[in-house]
Ligand binder design. Structure first.
Ligand code: NAI
Ligand code: MG
Length: 499
C-alpha cells in the first residue's frame, strides 16, 4: 500500500505534527498537570503520528474552573450579535484552513483525504455558520395568564431561554472535526462555555480547531480542549460536580456510564449513540440509484457511521440483482491509505476496531452467514478490512442484531411488505433508516412506521446543519443540529409580573 512520508504532506501539517501538542485551558496552550503525553497513530501504518498532552482529572478541574469563570464573566456579558459574529468567523477560518484540516483528519482517522476535503471540513464550517445565526434568535414567549384565585389581577408573563452553563462534551473518532463542530456550534450560540474532550484515537483536528478559536477572538475559557482517555479524562468530566450538562457521542455502553456519572449533580445529558439502521429496497425502486445508494449507505466512512445502513432488506424478486450489484461495488472499492488519491476506503481507525470488526466477521461465518464480497481483514500493516456483504443470515445472529461499526452489511430478502416493518424495527437501536421506491405514498407510509430519528427516501447519509439528527430507543437522547439541538443547551425561565 505504500507509506506516505510526512515530506509529502502540507508543510503546515508536518510542523503541526512535529511537536507534542498541548491542551487548551483558559485561552492558553499548556502541558498536562501530570506532564504525561500519549501517542496518536496513523491507522494506515500503525505508526505514531504525533504525541499529545494526556489530560486527566486535574486538567479537567482546571478547564471546568476556566469555563465557569468565562460563563459568569465576559461571555455572559457579550451581546448575542457579537457571539454570533465570533461563531461565523470560526466557520470562515475553517474554510481558510481546509487543506490542513483535511490532511490531519485523513492522517489521524484514516479516511480518504478527498472525502475529508469535500465533506468533513466544509460541513464543519457550515455548521458554525448555521449556528451563528441562532445566537440572535433565541426567543421566549409572552404568556397570557388566567389565575383562578386572583380573578381581578393582571400579569405580564414571559419566558427566557437561558444557557445551561458549563458544558462537557465528549466526542468520538469517526468524524473528529465534524463532531467537535456539532457539539461546539450550538453550545456557543446559546451562550454556554465548554470543556471538550476529543477521542484519544483522533485528537489532532480538535486541537487545530483550538488554534482557530483563539485566532477568532473568543474570550479565554469559553472553549477548553482537554485530550485524554475516556476512562480518565472523560469519566472525570462526566462526573464533575460543576459541569451543568454533558453532551456525548459514542458507544451505547459508555452512554450508560455517562448517565450514571451524571447522577451526582443531576447534570443534563444528551446522547448520540449506536445504530443498526435498516435500508429497504423495494422491487419498484430505481435500481440504478438504489444499488450504489445501498453500497455507499454502508461503505461511506468505512462503515464507521452511527447511522450506517447496515441491515439491507431487499424485496425478493430483485434480491439477487441488488446483492450482486452491492457485492460488485464492494469488490471494486479501492482500499488504501487516506492520502493516496486513488483510495476510496481507508483503514479502520485502530487495531481495536479492526479486531472488533473481524470478530463479527468470524461470528457471522461461525453462525452460517456467507460472504458475497469480502469477509476478512486485509493482511499487512495498517488496520484495513475488506468491504463485506453477508447473506444467508438469520434475524438472531449477532451480525444482524449488533452494531459492527465497520464496512459490513447484512443483506436479507423480504416478500411481504407487511412483515417488513416489524423486522426493520426489530432492534434496540433507532437512529436512521433508508427507503428506496418509486411509490411515493408507500415511501411516506413507511417513513411513518419506522422507529428511527432520520428516514432517508431515495438517498442516504444526507446531512445538513439545518436537519435534526438523533436517535429513537437506545440510539440516544436529544437531537444534534437544526434548531432542535438548541434545546439541549438552553433552559427556560418563566417570569411572571403583576402589573
Ligand atoms: P467509546 O464510546 O468508548 O468512545 C467515545 C468517546 O467516549 C471517546 O472520547 C472516549 O474517550 C470516551 N469515553 C470512553 N469511555 C468513557 C468513560 N468511561 N467516561 C467518559 N467518556 C468515555 O467508543 P469506542 O470504544 O471508541 O468504540 C466502540 C464502539 O462504539 C464502536 O465499535 C461503535 O460501535 C461505537 N461508536 C459509536 C459512535 C457513534 O458515532 N455513535 C462513535 C464511536 C464509536
Ligand atoms: Mg471505548
Amino acid at each position: 500500500m505504500g507509506t506516505i512520508s510526512l515530506a509529502q504532506v502540507d508543510p503546515r501539517v508536518a510542523s503541526f505534527l512535529e511537536k507534542p501538542r498541548q491542551m487548551l485551558i483558559n485561552g492558553k496552550w499548556v502541558d498536562a498537570v501530570s506532564g504525561k503525553t500519549f501517542p496518536t497513530y496513523d491507522p494506515s501504518t500503525g505508526e505514531v503520528l504525533a504525541t499529545v498532552a494526556e489530560g486527566d482529572r486535574a486538567d479537567i478541574d482546571l478547564a471546568v474552573k476556566a469555563a465557569r469563570k468565562a460563563f459568569e464573566g465576559k461571555w455572559r456579558k457579550m451581546s448575542p450579535s457579537e457571539r454570533g459574529k465570533l461563531i461565523w468567523k470560526l466557520g470562515d477560518l475553517i474554510d481558510a484552513h481546509v487543506e490542513e484540516f483535511a490532511y490531519l483528519e485523513s492522517l489521524d482517522n484514516g479516511k480518504p483525504l478527498t472525502i475529508a476535503r469535500a465533506a468533513d471540513v466544509p460541513l464543519a464550517a457550515e455548521l458554525f455558520r448555521y449556528m451563528a445565526g441562532w445566537a440572535t434568535k433565541l426567543e421566549g414567549n409572552t404568556i397570557p395568564l388566567s389565575v383562578p384565585y386572583t380573578p381581578s389581577a393582571k400579569y405580564l408573563s414571559y419566558t427566557l431561554r437561558e444557557p445551561v452553563g458549563v458544558v462537557g462534551q465528549i466526542i468520538p473518532w469517526n468524524f473528529p472535526l465534524l463532531m467537535a463542530a456539532w457539539k461546539l456550534g450550538p453550545a456557543l450560540a446559546t451562550g454556554c462555555t465548554v470543556v471538550l474532550k476529543p477521542a484519544e484515537q483522533t485528537p489532532l483536528s480538535a486541537l487545530k480547531l483550538g488554534e482557530l478559536i483563539l485566532e477568532a477572538g473568543f474570550p479565554e475559557g469559553v472553549v477548553n480542549i482537554v485530550p485524554g482517555y475516556g476512562e480518565t479524562a472523560g469519566a472525570a468530566l462526566a462526573a464533575h460536580m460543576d459541569v451543568d450538562k454533558i453532551a456525548f457521542t459514542g458507544s451505547t455502553e459508555v452512554g450508560r456510564l455517562i448517565v450514571n456519572a451524571a447522577t451526582g449533580n443531576l447534570k443534563r445529558v444528551s446522547l448520540e449513540l449506536g445504530g443498526k439502521s435498516p435500508n429497504v429496497v423495494f422491487k419498484d425502486a430505481d435500481l440504478d440509484k438504489a444499488i450504489p445508494g445501498a453500497a455507499s449507505a454502508i461503505f461511506f466512512n468505512h462503515g464507521q457511521c452511527c447511522c450506517a445502513g447496515s441491515r439491507l432488506y431487499v424485496e425478493k424478486s430483485v434480491f439477487d440483482q441488488v446483492v450482486e450489484g452491492v457485492a460488485d461495488y464492494a469488490k471494486k472499492i479501492k482500499v488504501g491509505p487516506g492520502l493516496d488519491s486513488a483510495t476510496e476506503m481507508g483503514p479502520l481507525v485502530s487495531l481495536e476496531q479492526q479486531n472488533r470488526v473481524c470478530s463479527y466477521l468470524e461470528s457471522g461465518a461461525a453462525q452460517g452467514a456467507k460472504a458475497a464480497a469480502g469477509g476478512h481483514k486485509v493482511s499487512g500493516k495498517g488496520y484495513f478490512v475488506e468491504p463485506t456483504v453477508l447473506v444467508d443470515t438469520r434475524a438472531d445472529m449477532k451480525v444482524v442484531q449488533e452494531e459492527i461499526f465497520g464496512p459490513v452489511v447484512v443483506a436479507m430478502p423480504f416478500s411481504d411488505p407487511a412483515e417488513l416493518v416489524p423486522r426493520a424495527n426489530d432492534n434496540v437501536y433507532g437512529l436512521a433508516a433508508g427507503i428506496w421506491t418509486r411509490d411515493i405514498s408507500k415511501a411516506h407510509r413507511m417513513a411513518d412506521q419506522i422507529a428511527a430519528g432520520t428516514v432517508w427516501i431515495n438517498c442516504y447519509n444526507i446531512f445538513d446543519a439545518a436537519l435534526p439528527f438523533g436517535g429513537y430507543k437506545q440510539s440516544g437522547w436529544g437531537r444534534e443540529m437544526g434548531h432542535e439541538v438548541l434545546n439541549n443547551y438552553t433552559q427556560t425561565k418563566a417570569v411572571c409580573a403583576r402589573i
